[in-house]
Design a protein around this ligand. Structure first.
Ligand code: PLP
Length: 455
């Protein structure tokens, strides 16, 4: 086996780029414990020795560590996740199914694919709620309470709500109002707060759903907290309808029996840093740096638009009205060495990572200033508006388990999809198991000759 991957990694790491893409440590985590882990990578790669505890049934150091994280986050219980927020979202749905087997869940259309995978595993049924669509930016917007209420009228048997807040591009919903309404109606609220992992830890950041009444909140600590990739957290709020026992049981189905202690160490080190006064100072300065950058961008840039996020949001969303997103992205990356997170809708998404240094911010400013003056005319990219409204013909689980065959893509229209198709990032399903395939879907599925459909 050639060491192609290692070579590619070495080449990427050596490139002189400002890393505005995940993971948020950007190769330079701000805490000492990270370099200890780095130095002892192989030494610390241990197994479940008696004094190192067992992640699937913790009673020693891991139990104590998770308890402290729960206190830090203001949760009743917190769980370390070693396969990303994805596992937490699936575990929450599996746990929900133990209270409400085969129940319906009001689920935002822009849910991450792991939520759909969670439906396949749990046998729960989705009732889709349409978020707003921000046409000029080409991205999903907030979930309004009105949209939720309308969906509930169509599915009064629903027992839970699952919402992505904030979205991949950093757009929030009014979670306090949603949580209050869920409580009034006895609905369990699960929030995919993957992109708000530090929110509960600073007053300078938006309110976390954990403090506004959600039952279960999932955080992707590698996306915004500085943890190694795959490190994430699941929290149950103090009044959660879900039990710790059911979450642990679900995690034991989903997670490996050989958890990486380096990753667990990174989760603990990350939480420990943000809990410290040094970490709090760092976070405070980071929030200021992002807010200064936003002020600079809105006052200095004449052509490039920056999305007006709520204060404390780490995502930076840019649009260049004179350049296609591809040309804009290409120039940022190849000409100015700014590595961005994604091209999404009609915008470029940069992640204001906590590992970024002043030189990285300077580089982004220089690149944007230079590109702001670009007058080259290029056909403005128009993103097809959203994906079609979902028509479910059967549950995702039923579709997953039924016999299927591959058909040429143009013959798939009108048939029922067996597969989940999503481009990652952002990992939102374009088509999902059990969904009726419409001609509009094909606009978004460019690289496939065939689709798997139910017989
Ligand atoms: C909104 C959202 N939720 C969940 C996830 C999954 O997170 P992870 O990669 O930590 O599994 C992602 C990943 O991009 C995401 O954007």
């Amino acid at each position: 086996v050639n060491t192609r991957l290692l070579e590619a990694l070495a080449e990427t790491a050596q490139q002189n780029r400002a890393r505005f893409h995940f993971p948020s440590h950007a190769g330079q985590p701000p805490f000492e414990a990270a370099s200890v882990l780095q130095t002892h990578l192989y030494d610390y790669d241990q197994t479940e020795l008696p004094h190192l505890d067992i992640l699937g049934d913790p009673s020693g150091v891991l139990a104590a560590s998770q308890k402290e994280v729960a206190v830090l986050y203001g949760a009743r219980e917190s769980f370390y996740l070693i396969n990303g927020a994805s596992t937490g979202i699936m575990a929450a749905l599996l746990a929900l199914a133990t209270i409400y087997p085969e129940a319906s869940v009001l689920m935002a259309r822009n849910a991450h694919r792991s939520a759909v995978d969670g439906l396949v595993l749990s046998g729960l049924h989705p009732c889709w709620v349409q978020p707003e669509y921000l046409e000029s930016w080409g991205v999903w917007g907030e979930i309004t309470l009105t949209a939720l209420k309308n969906a509930y009228e169509q599915a009064p048997e629903a027992k839970a709500v699952l919402i992505t807040h904030p979205t991949y591009e950093g757009i929030s919903s009014d979670m306090a109002a949603i949580a209050e309404w869920c409580q009034q109606n006895g609905l369990c609220l699960i929030v995919d707060e993957a992109h708000g992992a530090l929110w509960p830890l600073s007053e300078g950041l938006p309110d976390s759903a954990l403090s506004t009444g959600a039952d279960c909140v999932v955080h992707s600590l590698h996306k915004s907290g500085g943890c190694l990739t795959q490190g994430a957290l699941l929290h149950l709020s103090k009044t959660s309808l879900l039990s710790a026992r059911s979450i642990q049981a679900a995690l034991n189905i989903l997670q490996t029996t050989s958890p990486s202690y380096v990753l667990l160490g990174s989760l603990e080190a990350t939480c420990s840093f943000w809990a410290s006064s040094e970490g709090q100072d760092y976070l405070h300065h980071h929030i200021l740096a992002i807010s200064e950058f936003r002020q600079w961008a809105t006052s200095v840039l004449k052509t490039i638009r920056i999305y007006p996020h709520h204060p404390g949001q780490f995502q930076l969303v840019f649009q260049h009205p004179k350049l296609s997103p591809e040309a804009f992205a290409d120039a940022l990356e190849t000409k100015y060495g700014v590595a961005f997170e994604a091209l999404s809708g009609n915008v470029i998404l940069c992640s204001g990572n906590i590992g970024l240094k002043e030189a990285d911010w300077r580089r982004l400013k220089d690149a944007l200033s230079a590109l702001d003056e670009t007058m080259e005319a290029a056909p403005c990219f128009v993103n097809a508006v959203g994906v079609p409204h979902i028509i479910m013909a059967c549950s995702p689980r039923e579709a997953y388990l039924r016999a299927a065959c591959d058909v040429p893509i143009e013959e798939a229209i009108g048939k029922i999809s067996q597969e989940l198709i999503a481009t990652c990032p952002p990992g939102i399903a374009i088509l999902m198991p059990g969904e009726r395939i419409q001609s509009e879907h094909l606009v978004f599925i460019k690289d496939r000759q065939t689709l798997s459909v139910l017989l």
